[in-house]
Design a protein around this ligand. Structure first.
Ligand SMILES: *[C@@H]1O[C@H](CO)[C@@H](O)[C@H](O)[C@H]1NC(C)=O
Ligand SMILES: *[C@@H]1O[C@H](CO)[C@@H](O)[C@H](O)[C@H]1NC(C)=O
Ligand SMILES: *[C@@H]1O[C@H](CO)[C@@H](O)[C@H](O)[C@H]1NC(C)=O
Ligand SMILES: *[C@@H]1O[C@H](CO)[C@@H](O)[C@H](O)[C@H]1NC(C)=O
Ligand SMILES: *[C@@H]1O[C@H](CO)[C@@H](O)[C@H](O)[C@H]1NC(C)=O
Ligand SMILES: *[C@@H]1O[C@H](CO)[C@@H](O)[C@H](O)[C@H]1NC(C)=O
Length: 473
Protein backbone atom coordinates (compact mmCIF):
# COMPACT_ATOMS: atom_id res chain seq x y z
CA UNK A 1 0.00 0.00 0.00
CA UNK A 2 2.87 2.35 0.75
CA UNK A 3 4.38 1.24 -2.46
CA UNK A 4 1.38 2.46 -4.39
CA UNK A 5 1.58 5.87 -2.78
CA UNK A 6 5.18 6.30 -3.67
CA UNK A 7 4.46 5.09 -7.19
CA UNK A 8 1.89 7.86 -7.31
CA UNK A 9 4.50 10.34 -6.17
CA UNK A 10 6.97 9.13 -8.75
CA UNK A 11 4.37 9.58 -11.43
CA UNK A 12 3.83 13.13 -10.32
CA UNK A 13 7.45 14.20 -10.04
CA UNK A 14 8.40 12.92 -13.45
CA UNK A 15 11.68 14.92 -10.72
CA UNK A 16 17.88 24.85 -1.86
CA UNK A 17 16.03 27.10 -0.02
CA UNK A 18 14.38 28.84 -2.97
CA UNK A 19 10.70 29.33 -3.46
CA UNK A 20 9.24 26.36 -5.26
CA UNK A 21 8.06 27.29 -8.75
CA UNK A 22 6.05 24.09 -9.04
CA UNK A 23 3.94 22.64 -6.25
CA UNK A 24 2.45 19.19 -6.28
CA UNK A 25 -0.25 18.41 -3.73
CA UNK A 26 -1.56 14.95 -3.04
CA UNK A 27 -4.89 15.12 -1.21
CA UNK A 28 -6.43 12.53 1.05
CA UNK A 29 -8.73 11.56 -1.82
CA UNK A 30 -5.66 10.80 -3.91
CA UNK A 31 -4.01 8.96 -1.05
CA UNK A 32 -7.05 6.74 -0.52
CA UNK A 33 -7.36 6.06 -4.23
CA UNK A 34 -3.66 5.22 -4.46
CA UNK A 35 -3.93 2.94 -1.45
CA UNK A 36 -6.91 1.12 -2.91
CA UNK A 37 -5.18 0.65 -6.25
CA UNK A 38 -2.03 -0.49 -4.45
CA UNK A 39 -3.92 -2.95 -2.26
CA UNK A 40 -5.56 -4.43 -5.36
CA UNK A 41 -2.17 -4.75 -6.94
CA UNK A 42 -0.70 -6.47 -3.88
CA UNK A 43 -3.63 -8.87 -3.76
CA UNK A 44 -3.11 -9.73 -7.41
CA UNK A 45 0.60 -10.32 -6.85
CA UNK A 46 0.02 -12.67 -3.90
CA UNK A 47 -0.98 -15.57 -6.12
CA UNK A 48 2.32 -15.48 -7.94
CA UNK A 49 4.56 -14.56 -5.04
CA UNK A 50 7.48 -16.92 -4.51
CA UNK A 51 8.38 -17.38 -0.90
CA UNK A 52 12.08 -18.10 -0.50
CA UNK A 53 13.12 -21.52 0.80
CA UNK A 54 13.72 -21.64 4.52
CA UNK A 55 16.14 -23.80 6.44
CA UNK A 56 17.38 -24.01 9.98
CA UNK A 57 18.14 -26.22 12.89
CA UNK A 58 15.96 -27.23 15.75
CA UNK A 59 17.73 -28.32 18.92
CA UNK A 60 16.07 -31.33 20.48
CA UNK A 61 17.18 -33.43 23.45
CA UNK A 62 19.10 -35.85 21.27
CA UNK A 63 20.99 -33.29 19.13
CA UNK A 64 19.84 -31.01 16.37
CA UNK A 65 17.58 -31.60 13.40
CA UNK A 66 18.31 -29.70 10.19
CA UNK A 67 15.16 -28.78 8.30
CA UNK A 68 14.48 -27.28 4.90
CA UNK A 69 11.19 -25.88 3.66
CA UNK A 70 10.86 -25.60 -0.12
CA UNK A 71 8.26 -24.84 -2.77
CA UNK A 72 6.31 -22.59 -0.42
CA UNK A 73 3.13 -21.27 -2.02
CA UNK A 74 0.38 -19.01 -0.77
CA UNK A 75 -2.85 -20.97 -1.12
CA UNK A 76 -5.19 -18.50 0.49
CA UNK A 77 -5.00 -14.98 1.77
CA UNK A 78 -7.51 -12.83 3.59
CA UNK A 79 -6.19 -9.43 2.79
CA UNK A 80 -8.33 -6.79 4.49
CA UNK A 81 -8.21 -3.27 3.09
CA UNK A 82 -5.35 -1.54 4.88
CA UNK A 83 -5.71 1.96 6.25
CA UNK A 84 -3.35 4.66 5.18
CA UNK A 85 -3.23 8.24 6.36
CA UNK A 86 -1.04 11.30 6.27
CA UNK A 87 0.98 11.47 9.46
CA UNK A 88 2.07 14.98 10.29
CA UNK A 89 4.21 13.98 13.30
CA UNK A 90 6.55 12.03 11.04
CA UNK A 91 6.13 14.05 7.83
CA UNK A 92 4.97 10.91 6.17
CA UNK A 93 2.40 8.18 6.21
CA UNK A 94 0.95 5.82 8.77
CA UNK A 95 -0.28 2.51 7.43
CA UNK A 96 -2.03 -0.19 9.34
CA UNK A 97 -3.44 -3.54 8.48
CA UNK A 98 -5.54 -5.57 10.82
CA UNK A 99 -6.58 -9.19 10.59
CA UNK A 100 -4.46 -10.47 7.71
CA UNK A 101 -4.53 -14.26 7.46
CA UNK A 102 -2.43 -16.38 5.12
CA UNK A 103 -2.36 -20.08 4.33
CA UNK A 104 0.77 -21.63 2.83
CA UNK A 105 1.77 -25.07 1.62
CA UNK A 106 5.12 -26.57 0.76
CA UNK A 107 7.51 -29.44 1.22
CA UNK A 108 9.56 -30.16 4.30
CA UNK A 109 12.76 -32.13 4.56
CA UNK A 110 14.69 -33.04 7.69
CA UNK A 111 18.17 -34.35 8.16
CA UNK A 112 19.17 -35.90 11.49
CA UNK A 113 22.52 -37.54 11.10
CA UNK A 114 22.08 -40.13 8.38
CA UNK A 115 18.32 -40.14 8.80
CA UNK A 116 16.58 -38.17 6.07
CA UNK A 117 12.87 -37.63 5.90
CA UNK A 118 10.47 -35.58 3.81
CA UNK A 119 6.83 -34.68 3.39
CA UNK A 120 4.46 -31.80 2.90
CA UNK A 121 3.15 -29.13 5.25
CA UNK A 122 0.38 -26.59 5.60
CA UNK A 123 0.79 -23.42 7.59
CA UNK A 124 -1.96 -21.02 8.52
CA UNK A 125 -0.96 -17.66 9.94
CA UNK A 126 -3.89 -16.03 11.67
CA UNK A 127 -4.72 -12.40 12.35
CA UNK A 128 -1.59 -10.48 11.55
CA UNK A 129 -1.80 -6.86 12.72
CA UNK A 130 0.69 -4.48 11.20
CA UNK A 131 1.49 -0.84 11.87
CA UNK A 132 4.07 1.00 9.84
CA UNK A 133 5.18 4.62 9.82
CA UNK A 134 7.17 5.90 6.90
CA UNK A 135 8.91 9.25 6.87
CA UNK A 136 9.41 11.38 3.78
CA UNK A 137 12.34 13.69 3.41
CA UNK A 138 14.58 15.47 0.97
CA UNK A 139 18.11 14.31 0.30
CA UNK A 140 20.94 16.82 -0.37
CA UNK A 141 20.39 16.56 -4.13
CA UNK A 142 16.73 17.37 -3.72
CA UNK A 143 15.36 13.91 -4.27
CA UNK A 144 12.42 12.59 -2.32
CA UNK A 145 13.59 10.11 0.29
CA UNK A 146 11.57 7.57 2.19
CA UNK A 147 12.47 5.63 5.32
CA UNK A 148 10.73 3.33 7.74
CA UNK A 149 10.74 4.84 11.23
CA UNK A 150 8.35 2.53 13.01
CA UNK A 151 7.10 -0.98 12.46
CA UNK A 152 5.01 -3.12 14.74
CA UNK A 153 3.65 -6.59 14.06
CA UNK A 154 1.48 -8.96 15.99
CA UNK A 155 0.70 -12.48 14.84
CA UNK A 156 -2.12 -13.96 16.87
CA UNK A 157 -1.66 -17.60 16.01
CA UNK A 158 0.08 -20.03 13.73
CA UNK A 159 -1.13 -23.49 12.86
CA UNK A 160 1.22 -26.01 11.25
CA UNK A 161 0.26 -29.43 9.94
CA UNK A 162 2.84 -31.82 8.53
CA UNK A 163 2.08 -34.84 6.37
CA UNK A 164 4.05 -37.74 4.94
CA UNK A 165 7.33 -39.23 6.14
CA UNK A 166 7.65 -39.63 9.84
CA UNK A 167 5.18 -36.87 10.44
CA UNK A 168 4.00 -38.66 13.58
CA UNK A 169 7.42 -37.70 15.02
CA UNK A 170 7.70 -34.28 13.36
CA UNK A 171 4.23 -33.02 14.26
CA UNK A 172 4.79 -33.24 18.04
CA UNK A 173 8.12 -31.44 17.62
CA UNK A 174 6.44 -28.71 15.61
CA UNK A 175 3.69 -28.44 18.19
CA UNK A 176 6.27 -28.21 20.91
CA UNK A 177 7.99 -25.26 19.19
CA UNK A 178 4.68 -23.69 18.24
CA UNK A 179 5.15 -20.42 20.12
CA UNK A 180 8.74 -20.01 18.96
CA UNK A 181 7.68 -20.47 15.34
CA UNK A 182 4.94 -17.87 15.82
CA UNK A 183 7.49 -15.46 17.31
CA UNK A 184 9.95 -16.12 14.45
CA UNK A 185 7.30 -15.35 11.86
CA UNK A 186 6.34 -12.21 13.78
CA UNK A 187 9.95 -11.10 14.01
CA UNK A 188 10.54 -11.67 10.31
CA UNK A 189 7.84 -9.36 8.99
CA UNK A 190 9.23 -5.93 9.95
CA UNK A 191 12.73 -6.58 8.53
CA UNK A 192 11.08 -7.78 5.34
CA UNK A 193 8.97 -4.61 5.16
CA UNK A 194 11.96 -2.42 5.98
CA UNK A 195 13.95 -4.07 3.18
CA UNK A 196 11.12 -3.29 0.78
CA UNK A 197 11.24 0.37 1.84
CA UNK A 198 15.02 0.45 1.43
CA UNK A 199 14.51 -0.92 -2.10
CA UNK A 200 12.05 1.85 -2.76
CA UNK A 201 14.51 4.42 -1.43
CA UNK A 202 17.22 3.07 -3.78
CA UNK A 203 14.74 3.41 -6.60
CA UNK A 204 14.06 7.03 -5.67
CA UNK A 205 17.77 7.81 -5.42
CA UNK A 206 18.22 6.62 -9.01
CA UNK A 207 15.69 9.11 -10.34
CA UNK A 208 16.86 12.13 -12.24
CA UNK A 209 15.97 15.57 -10.98
CA UNK A 210 17.03 17.24 -14.23
CA UNK A 211 15.54 16.53 -17.63
CA UNK A 212 16.45 17.67 -21.09
CA UNK A 213 13.47 19.24 -22.79
CA UNK A 214 14.19 19.33 -26.47
CA UNK A 215 17.61 20.27 -27.71
CA UNK A 216 18.14 23.59 -25.97
CA UNK A 217 16.52 23.52 -22.55
CA UNK A 218 16.78 21.46 -19.40
CA UNK A 219 14.23 21.44 -16.62
CA UNK A 220 15.39 21.10 -13.02
CA UNK A 221 12.87 19.57 -10.66
CA UNK A 222 14.58 18.89 -7.34
CA UNK A 223 12.55 19.41 -4.19
CA UNK A 224 13.20 22.97 -3.02
CA UNK A 225 12.46 22.08 0.59
CA UNK A 226 11.37 19.13 2.68
CA UNK A 227 7.94 17.69 1.89
CA UNK A 228 5.11 19.20 3.92
CA UNK A 229 2.52 16.90 5.42
CA UNK A 230 -0.62 17.71 7.34
CA UNK A 231 -3.68 15.64 8.11
CA UNK A 232 -5.26 16.37 4.74
CA UNK A 233 -2.47 16.69 2.20
CA UNK A 234 1.11 16.19 1.15
CA UNK A 235 2.74 19.19 -0.50
CA UNK A 236 5.92 18.88 -2.55
CA UNK A 237 7.63 22.09 -3.65
CA UNK A 238 9.81 21.66 -6.71
CA UNK A 239 12.35 24.08 -8.10
CA UNK A 240 10.74 24.01 -11.55
CA UNK A 241 13.33 26.05 -13.39
CA UNK A 242 14.34 25.81 -17.03
CA UNK A 243 17.90 26.50 -18.07
CA UNK A 244 19.58 26.97 -21.38
CA UNK A 245 21.65 23.84 -21.96
CA UNK A 246 24.28 26.07 -23.59
CA UNK A 247 24.67 28.88 -21.06
CA UNK A 248 22.99 27.63 -17.86
CA UNK A 249 22.72 31.24 -16.66
CA UNK A 250 20.33 32.33 -13.92
CA UNK A 251 17.60 34.68 -15.11
CA UNK A 252 17.50 38.19 -13.62
CA UNK A 253 14.27 37.38 -11.76
CA UNK A 254 13.30 35.01 -8.97
CA UNK A 255 10.46 32.66 -8.17
CA UNK A 256 7.79 34.30 -6.01
CA UNK A 257 6.05 32.30 -3.31
CA UNK A 258 2.50 31.25 -4.01
CA UNK A 259 -0.19 29.46 -2.07
CA UNK A 260 -2.31 26.83 -3.73
CA UNK A 261 -5.96 26.88 -2.75
CA UNK A 262 -6.93 23.55 -1.12
CA UNK A 263 -8.81 21.26 -3.51
CA UNK A 264 -9.83 18.28 -1.38
CA UNK A 265 -12.35 17.19 -4.03
CA UNK A 266 -9.53 16.28 -6.41
CA UNK A 267 -6.83 13.67 -5.94
CA UNK A 268 -4.01 15.99 -6.75
CA UNK A 269 -3.19 19.52 -7.71
CA UNK A 270 -0.22 20.92 -9.53
CA UNK A 271 0.66 24.60 -9.38
CA UNK A 272 2.88 25.99 -12.09
CA UNK A 273 4.18 29.48 -11.45
CA UNK A 274 4.85 32.08 -14.09
CA UNK A 275 8.50 31.78 -13.06
CA UNK A 276 8.74 28.34 -14.67
CA UNK A 277 7.47 29.67 -17.98
CA UNK A 278 9.61 32.78 -17.74
CA UNK A 279 12.73 30.71 -17.01
CA UNK A 280 11.99 28.71 -20.18
CA UNK A 281 11.56 31.97 -22.07
CA UNK A 282 14.80 33.31 -20.63
CA UNK A 283 16.56 30.04 -21.50
CA UNK A 284 15.46 30.34 -25.13
CA UNK A 285 16.44 34.00 -25.19
CA UNK A 286 19.90 33.45 -23.71
CA UNK A 287 20.48 30.54 -26.11
CA UNK A 288 19.94 32.99 -28.97
CA UNK A 289 16.87 31.16 -30.19
CA UNK A 290 14.56 34.15 -30.30
CA UNK A 291 15.68 35.58 -33.59
CA UNK A 292 14.88 35.00 -37.23
CA UNK A 293 15.82 36.22 -40.67
CA UNK A 294 12.89 37.02 -42.93
CA UNK A 295 13.16 37.54 -46.66
CA UNK A 296 10.64 38.00 -49.46
CA UNK A 297 10.47 34.25 -50.19
CA UNK A 298 8.87 33.74 -46.77
CA UNK A 299 6.05 36.21 -47.42
CA UNK A 300 2.89 34.37 -48.56
CA UNK A 301 2.54 34.61 -52.39
CA UNK A 302 -0.86 36.30 -52.19
CA UNK A 303 0.33 39.10 -49.91
CA UNK A 304 -0.20 42.61 -51.32
CA UNK A 305 2.91 43.76 -49.47
CA UNK A 306 6.28 42.40 -50.64
CA UNK A 307 9.56 42.63 -48.87
CA UNK A 308 11.24 44.98 -51.32
CA UNK A 309 11.99 48.68 -51.41
CA UNK A 310 9.29 49.35 -54.03
CA UNK A 311 6.58 47.82 -51.91
CA UNK A 312 7.93 49.31 -48.65
CA UNK A 313 8.26 52.70 -50.34
CA UNK A 314 4.55 53.10 -49.63
CA UNK A 315 5.41 53.38 -45.92
CA UNK A 316 8.94 54.83 -46.17
CA UNK A 317 9.02 57.07 -49.28
CA UNK A 318 12.79 57.73 -49.20
CA UNK A 319 13.47 54.04 -49.98
CA UNK A 320 12.09 54.61 -53.49
CA UNK A 321 14.76 57.17 -54.30
CA UNK A 322 17.69 55.98 -52.17
CA UNK A 323 17.44 52.22 -52.88
CA UNK A 324 15.06 51.70 -55.80
CA UNK A 325 13.79 48.26 -56.74
CA UNK A 326 15.85 46.17 -54.31
CA UNK A 327 14.88 43.12 -52.28
CA UNK A 328 14.90 43.52 -48.51
CA UNK A 329 15.73 41.33 -45.54
CA UNK A 330 14.56 41.67 -41.95
CA UNK A 331 16.43 40.51 -38.91
CA UNK A 332 13.83 40.06 -36.19
CA UNK A 333 14.90 39.42 -32.60
CA UNK A 334 13.81 39.70 -28.99
CA UNK A 335 15.46 42.58 -27.11
CA UNK A 336 14.59 40.92 -23.85
CA UNK A 337 13.12 37.56 -22.85
CA UNK A 338 9.35 37.58 -23.35
CA UNK A 339 7.64 37.61 -19.97
CA UNK A 340 4.49 35.82 -18.88
CA UNK A 341 2.32 36.96 -16.03
CA UNK A 342 -0.73 35.13 -14.77
CA UNK A 343 -3.79 36.90 -13.43
CA UNK A 344 -7.06 35.33 -12.35
CA UNK A 345 -8.83 34.30 -15.56
CA UNK A 346 -6.19 35.67 -17.95
CA UNK A 347 -2.53 35.51 -18.75
CA UNK A 348 -0.42 38.24 -20.23
CA UNK A 349 2.62 37.98 -22.44
CA UNK A 350 4.80 40.98 -23.13
CA UNK A 351 7.35 40.90 -25.90
CA UNK A 352 10.02 43.48 -26.60
CA UNK A 353 11.26 42.92 -30.08
CA UNK A 354 13.36 44.67 -32.68
CA UNK A 355 13.48 44.58 -36.45
CA UNK A 356 16.62 45.47 -38.39
CA UNK A 357 15.94 46.05 -42.08
CA UNK A 358 18.49 45.66 -44.88
CA UNK A 359 18.43 46.25 -48.62
CA UNK A 360 20.05 43.51 -50.69
CA UNK A 361 21.96 44.55 -53.84
CA UNK A 362 21.91 42.25 -56.88
CA UNK A 363 25.56 41.30 -56.11
CA UNK A 364 24.43 40.07 -52.64
CA UNK A 365 25.83 42.94 -50.60
CA UNK A 366 23.48 44.09 -47.83
CA UNK A 367 23.16 47.60 -46.53
CA UNK A 368 21.35 48.52 -43.30
CA UNK A 369 18.28 50.71 -43.63
CA UNK A 370 16.74 51.21 -40.20
CA UNK A 371 15.96 49.54 -36.86
CA UNK A 372 12.52 49.47 -35.31
CA UNK A 373 11.59 48.59 -31.74
CA UNK A 374 8.33 46.78 -31.50
CA UNK A 375 6.71 46.15 -28.11
CA UNK A 376 3.61 44.07 -27.92
CA UNK A 377 1.29 42.86 -25.24
CA UNK A 378 -0.87 39.77 -25.63
CA UNK A 379 -3.47 38.31 -23.36
CA UNK A 380 -4.67 34.77 -23.37
CA UNK A 381 -6.75 32.16 -21.71
CA UNK A 382 -6.06 28.51 -20.97
CA UNK A 383 -8.44 25.71 -20.13
CA UNK A 384 -8.73 21.96 -20.25
CA UNK A 385 -11.26 20.47 -22.63
CA UNK A 386 -11.60 16.91 -23.82
CA UNK A 387 -8.53 15.95 -21.79
CA UNK A 388 -6.40 18.48 -23.63
CA UNK A 389 -4.88 21.78 -22.57
CA UNK A 390 -6.23 24.46 -24.88
CA UNK A 391 -5.85 28.18 -25.18
CA UNK A 392 -6.54 31.32 -27.11
CA UNK A 393 -4.73 34.63 -27.37
CA UNK A 394 -5.25 38.12 -28.65
CA UNK A 395 -3.12 41.17 -29.09
CA UNK A 396 -3.82 43.99 -26.65
CA UNK A 397 -1.26 46.53 -27.68
CA UNK A 398 1.46 47.12 -30.20
CA UNK A 399 3.89 50.00 -30.36
CA UNK A 400 6.43 50.61 -33.08
CA UNK A 401 9.25 53.12 -32.69
CA UNK A 402 12.12 54.04 -34.93
CA UNK A 403 15.25 53.24 -32.92
CA UNK A 404 17.83 54.23 -35.54
CA UNK A 405 17.81 54.93 -39.25
CA UNK A 406 20.29 55.09 -42.14
CA UNK A 407 17.60 56.56 -44.39
CA UNK A 408 16.40 59.46 -42.23
CA UNK A 409 13.27 59.91 -40.15
CA UNK A 410 9.90 58.50 -41.18
CA UNK A 411 6.58 58.00 -39.49
CA UNK A 412 5.91 54.46 -38.27
CA UNK A 413 2.12 54.89 -38.05
CA UNK A 414 1.15 53.26 -41.31
CA UNK A 415 3.73 50.46 -40.81
CA UNK A 416 2.24 49.86 -37.39
CA UNK A 417 -1.26 49.65 -38.86
CA UNK A 418 -0.06 47.17 -41.44
CA UNK A 419 1.72 45.09 -38.79
CA UNK A 420 -1.36 45.12 -36.59
CA UNK A 421 -3.49 43.97 -39.46
CA UNK A 422 -1.04 41.20 -40.38
CA UNK A 423 -1.01 40.01 -36.75
CA UNK A 424 -4.78 40.04 -36.44
CA UNK A 425 -5.57 38.54 -39.83
CA UNK A 426 -2.69 36.18 -40.52
CA UNK A 427 -0.56 35.34 -37.50
CA UNK A 428 -3.02 35.15 -34.60
CA UNK A 429 -5.61 33.05 -36.45
CA UNK A 430 -2.88 30.51 -37.16
CA UNK A 431 -1.68 30.52 -33.55
CA UNK A 432 -5.24 30.27 -32.25
CA UNK A 433 -5.94 27.33 -34.49
CA UNK A 434 -3.04 25.47 -32.91
CA UNK A 435 -3.97 26.60 -29.39
CA UNK A 436 -7.62 25.61 -29.73
CA UNK A 437 -6.59 22.17 -30.98
CA UNK A 438 -4.56 21.95 -27.79
CA UNK A 439 -2.04 19.51 -26.48
CA UNK A 440 -2.50 16.34 -24.48
CA UNK A 441 -2.10 16.40 -20.72
CA UNK A 442 1.15 14.73 -19.70
CA UNK A 443 0.86 10.95 -19.87
CA UNK A 444 2.33 8.71 -17.27
CA UNK A 445 3.52 5.15 -17.47
CA UNK A 446 1.08 3.75 -14.92
CA UNK A 447 -1.81 6.11 -15.18
CA UNK A 448 -3.52 9.05 -16.70
CA UNK A 449 -5.21 12.20 -15.50
CA UNK A 450 -9.00 12.43 -15.60
CA UNK A 451 -11.50 15.16 -14.62
CA UNK A 452 -8.77 17.76 -14.86
CA UNK A 453 -9.51 21.45 -14.47
CA UNK A 454 -7.21 24.39 -14.97
CA UNK A 455 -7.50 27.72 -13.23
CA UNK A 456 -5.36 30.75 -13.69
CA UNK A 457 -4.51 32.54 -10.46
CA UNK A 458 -2.36 35.46 -9.43
CA UNK A 459 1.13 34.36 -10.46
CA UNK A 460 0.41 30.71 -11.18
CA UNK A 461 -1.73 28.17 -12.97
CA UNK A 462 -3.43 25.53 -10.84
CA UNK A 463 -4.37 22.21 -12.38
CA UNK A 464 -6.50 19.97 -10.19
CA UNK A 465 -7.17 16.46 -11.30
CA UNK A 466 -8.15 12.94 -10.51
CA UNK A 467 -6.03 10.10 -11.79
CA UNK A 468 -6.61 6.60 -13.03
CA UNK A 469 -3.75 4.25 -12.37
CA UNK A 470 -3.25 0.93 -14.07
CA UNK A 471 -1.28 -1.10 -11.57
CA UNK A 472 -3.49 -4.14 -11.97
CA UNK A 473 -4.49 -6.09 -15.04
C1 LIG B 1 19.24 10.36 -15.97
O1 LIG B 1 19.95 11.28 -16.77
C2 LIG B 1 21.06 10.73 -17.44
C3 LIG B 1 21.78 11.86 -18.17
O2 LIG B 1 20.90 12.84 -18.60
C4 LIG B 1 20.58 9.63 -18.39
O3 LIG B 1 21.69 9.05 -19.04
C5 LIG B 1 19.85 8.57 -17.58
O4 LIG B 1 19.31 7.60 -18.46
C6 LIG B 1 18.72 9.19 -16.80
N1 LIG B 1 18.14 8.18 -15.93
C7 LIG B 1 16.83 7.99 -15.83
C8 LIG B 1 16.40 6.94 -14.87
O5 LIG B 1 16.01 8.65 -16.47
C1 LIG C 1 -2.71 21.08 4.49
O1 LIG C 1 -1.86 21.29 3.38
C2 LIG C 1 -2.52 21.68 2.21
C3 LIG C 1 -1.51 21.71 1.08
O2 LIG C 1 -0.36 22.41 1.39
C4 LIG C 1 -3.17 23.04 2.45
O3 LIG C 1 -3.84 23.45 1.27
C5 LIG C 1 -4.16 22.91 3.59
O4 LIG C 1 -4.67 24.17 3.89
C6 LIG C 1 -3.47 22.34 4.82
N1 LIG C 1 -4.49 22.04 5.80
C7 LIG C 1 -4.37 22.42 7.06
C8 LIG C 1 -5.48 22.01 7.95
O5 LIG C 1 -3.40 23.05 7.45
C1 LIG D 1 8.56 44.40 -55.39
O1 LIG D 1 7.18 44.21 -55.12
C2 LIG D 1 6.33 44.66 -56.14
C3 LIG D 1 4.90 44.45 -55.65
O2 LIG D 1 4.65 45.30 -54.55
C4 LIG D 1 6.60 43.88 -57.41
O3 LIG D 1 5.76 44.40 -58.44
C5 LIG D 1 8.08 44.03 -57.79
O4 LIG D 1 8.36 43.22 -58.88
C6 LIG D 1 8.95 43.63 -56.62
N1 LIG D 1 10.34 43.92 -56.93
C7 LIG D 1 11.32 43.06 -56.72
C8 LIG D 1 12.70 43.51 -56.99
O5 LIG D 1 11.08 41.91 -56.30
C1 LIG E 1 27.63 45.53 -54.77
O1 LIG E 1 26.85 46.54 -55.41
C2 LIG E 1 26.76 47.78 -54.69
C3 LIG E 1 25.79 48.71 -55.44
O2 LIG E 1 25.90 48.52 -56.80
C4 LIG E 1 28.14 48.39 -54.54
O3 LIG E 1 28.05 49.59 -53.78
C5 LIG E 1 29.04 47.39 -53.81
O4 LIG E 1 30.34 47.90 -53.72
C6 LIG E 1 29.05 46.05 -54.50
N1 LIG E 1 29.77 45.11 -53.69
C7 LIG E 1 30.64 44.24 -54.16
C8 LIG E 1 31.34 43.34 -53.17
O5 LIG E 1 30.89 44.19 -55.37
C1 LIG F 1 -0.23 50.69 -25.48
O1 LIG F 1 1.10 51.00 -25.04
C2 LIG F 1 1.38 52.37 -25.03
C3 LIG F 1 2.85 52.56 -24.72
O2 LIG F 1 3.24 51.72 -23.66
C4 LIG F 1 0.49 53.08 -24.03
O3 LIG F 1 0.73 54.47 -24.05
C5 LIG F 1 -0.97 52.80 -24.41
O4 LIG F 1 -1.81 53.32 -23.43
C6 LIG F 1 -1.21 51.32 -24.53
N1 LIG F 1 -2.57 51.07 -25.02
C7 LIG F 1 -3.36 50.18 -24.50
C8 LIG F 1 -4.70 50.04 -25.14
O5 LIG F 1 -3.04 49.51 -23.53
C1 LIG G 1 -4.38 18.60 -33.43
O1 LIG G 1 -3.42 17.89 -32.65
C2 LIG G 1 -3.19 16.58 -33.06
C3 LIG G 1 -2.25 15.88 -32.11
O2 LIG G 1 -1.72 16.73 -31.15
C4 LIG G 1 -2.63 16.57 -34.47
O3 LIG G 1 -2.44 15.25 -34.90
C5 LIG G 1 -3.61 17.28 -35.37
O4 LIG G 1 -3.06 17.36 -36.66
C6 LIG G 1 -3.91 18.66 -34.87
N1 LIG G 1 -4.95 19.27 -35.69
C7 LIG G 1 -4.86 20.53 -36.14
C8 LIG G 1 -6.01 21.02 -36.93
O5 LIG G 1 -3.87 21.22 -35.89
Amino acid sequence: MLFSVVVLLLLLSCTSGENPAIQVILTNKGLQYGKHAGAGWVQEQLGSVTVPDLSGDIGVLIGSIHYTLTGIKITQCDFPEPSLEFFQDATGFKASLSGLSVALTGQWKTDYGIIHDRGTFEVAIFKVDLLSVVELGRDPDGRLSVSSIHCEVQVEDVNIQVHGGASWIVQPIVDHFHSRIRADIEAGICPWLEDAIVDLELHLQALNVSFDVGEFLSLELPLSSSPLVNASALNLGLKGEFYSVKTHTEPPFEAQPFTMPPQPGYMLSVGLSEFTLNSASYGCFSSGLLQALIDDSMIPPGSPVRLNTTSMGRFIPQLLTMFPDLLMKLQVYAREAPMFSFQPEAGKLSMMGAVKAFAVFPNGTQTPLFTLHSDSLFSGKMWIGGGRVKGSMKMDNLTLNLASSEVGQFSTDSLKNMLEMAMKMLVLPKINKILSNGTDLPRMKYGRLVNSVLKMEEGFIAVSSDAKVFLTG
